[in-house]
Design a protein around this ligand. Sequence first.
Ligand SMILES: O=C(O)CCC(=O)C(=O)O
Length: 310
Amino acid sequence: MAAAVATPTTDLDRARDDLDRLGYCVVENVMPEGLAERLRIRVLEQARAELGTGEENVLDDNTQWVANVINKGAVFLELLTCSEASLALARHVLGPGFILSCANAPIAGPGNRRMEMHSDQYWTPAIPPEGYEQLGERGFSSMRTADRLPPASPGHLFPPCMVTLIWAVTDFTSANGATLFVPGSHRSGLQPEPYAEFDDALPAEMPQGSVTLWDGRTWHATGCNQTADEYRIGVTNNFVAPMIRPLVNYPYSLRPEVVEHLDDSQRQLLGFATWGAYGNEGVPSKRMKYFRPSAQQPGELRLGECETPT
Ligand SMILES: O=C(O)CCC(=O)C(=O)O
């Protein structure tokens, strides 16, 4: 019988099946040797250095998120493409050409509170059998408006357009705040009530160097860290289908020294590549793969004096 909870596996078929059926999967030991430890040291140093600068993002008494990590060390770019298995699983849900929407490092410290239960794709509406909802209607606070959403009816479920990965920079255990998931919630067509108790929420435990991936519709939350002195550290990579607006505008917000060293696959994942559309960036005949920086874009051109346009 198929399991009702995703547990760590190295079998990609099983991971794919867990992702489809349960809305999340756990892939064991996917990071190259030593990478998790280098990430742990970098995340902790950055988190400590940000405290008191105004750059720190501290969510409750003891949860700190290091935001926009791609600018904060080459090790985070290394992580992005280190595992063909995790990219293949994201591709399984989103198809080819997906891009990074954001990357953060959530640190759950002892005594933190359970996060609000949420889905990352909180902005996709339930699709009623008739009519439609305006996609742009949902604001940031919509996580807290679960009761407004009508249940989806069979055959009217919004598709997944986002996949999130959380990489285990330390071990993730039920004691230290492993991410909690409600298995099967991705097919409910509903958003969760953020502060309700969820008896059916289960921790995704995994050893350091593993990764958990979930469908953007799956209900989840950072668990409670009940240890005396352990910090649970993750790095998230949140991927979206190529036509979805990412949370971070990477071509605009990446630091120049980071952009300078990007390889082709990193440039594609960070949104520098064009995606099949209505004429790309205005040079349809060229089918340009990468956007050009503004300094290389043609501007308003003028004809010579004798060539007055008629
Ligand atoms: O920190 C975690 O375990 C989960 C983070 C999370 O909920 C998210 O990135 O959407």
